[in-house]
Design a protein around this ligand. Sequence first.
Ligand code: XMP
Length: 488
Amino acid sequence: MTYREVMNDEVLSGSEALTFDDVLVVPGWSEVLPHEVNTATELAGIRLAVPLLSAAMDTVTESPLAIAIARAGGIGVLHRNLSIDAQAEEVDRVKRAQAGMISSPISLPPTATLDDAEALMHRHKISGVPICEADGRLVGILTNRDVRFCTSEQYNRPVTDFMTASGLVTAPEGTNLEEAVAILHQHRIEKLPLVDGDGILRGLITVKDIDKRIEHPNASLDDDGRLRVAAAVGVTDTEERTAALAAAGLDMVVIDTAHGHTRGVVDAVRLIKANWPHLVVVGGNVVTREGVETLAEAGADVIKVGVGAGSICTTRIVAGAGMPQMTAIHECTIAGRELGVPIIADGGIVTSGDIVKAFVAGADAVMLGNLLAGVDEAPGDLELVEGAMWKTYRGMGSSGAMRGRASDRYGTGQSAGKHVAEGVEGRVRYAGPMAELMGQIIGGLRSGMGYAGAANLDDLRHRTRLVRITGAGLRESHPHDITVLRDE
Ligand code: XMP
């Protein structure tokens, strides 16, 4: 252990358990400027330029937010309060949002009508579709440009009457992105189908995808240039749900329970690792060294930490159980480091300063619910209350959410009829577009790293000191002795 770690050990290992507001990061010698620091992390082979995950909650993460956070460099965890098919469709939406090369492009047969093509393009929000024979042989491509001047009477005619067929520009399977850009520019086209030696369609490269790569240089991408995405599963339908999500292209599966140091979670981890070894498996939630050891031994690649810390949680009130989050992160990350398992700090983070503190306590990444629930991309309607804009945010253990499919998170057994709620329903301040909020959050993290003199997250974890503060110190930390007129 380094000197800093021994000091932090003393602060955090006392008999009292601490949380974010109990401590501050001590400013240290710094040779780094905030814009120079590196915020990247790695979760069992998944590299994230930004160490943030969005919570698997039905008022936080569906495909729009998962797309936005992956573009910013983090990863979204799609909630599971919906049918297996609907959740797999959400995975598919994220995976189709952008690609290096689309490896299984949506196509239509030559017998399809213009009407069919229009409906398909509208449904998948695409601007063109390759036309293929039943054996996959490419015969043409229909794009918005081909149909722009069609009259309504023409919509029952076959797509072959309108598609581009002669002079169709294609490239051989295996063409890389740079070569594709040159061909797209040379022919002034927007879509380049890739075909094999028999003329069978094998992929599609689009200008739109290339533009997105330039626009979002930090995006979390898989080997095919598609956005990374995670999704939650429970312990009652683990096999079925994981099978559907994996088939849709999932990168990371999160076993989403309120108490992860349990037989059910151990069995779920083993089941997923045995059947889908390529998936990164996150087990949780736990708050003790023993919990980490148990899940690591079962095969979890990453472990999520936090019980009762969430802003909407009432677990500690209802069940009397939990662990203040800074101490939980500290204890679990010591075990995680020994075992080579990264730790995600989940719950209780309501400011960018809390994120900095979570890393100083040892976290490899943090999960955010409350902080993200107010953005445009989060599900839920905007509400105007007393002149201010709000968005709904609720616990997955609240009565409302537990009427859905995620009640096994709390082990209540939906058939038992009455749920014991462990969360509340409410609203958070509207926070505008995700990209802007992410700029603020990452800016705060960078600023904290600058004060700590940490060039990267490892420095933050190993070379940064914490100090415990009193109630008076906390009061001093917030604006005081002023009537605040603007809080931004
Ligand atoms: P924040 O503080 O970011 O926390 O809003 C989000 C995390 O809280 C957990 N969660 C719950 N915990 N009752 C609980 O005890 C609930 O109803 C509930 N809903 C979510 C979850 O770990 C989430 O990521």
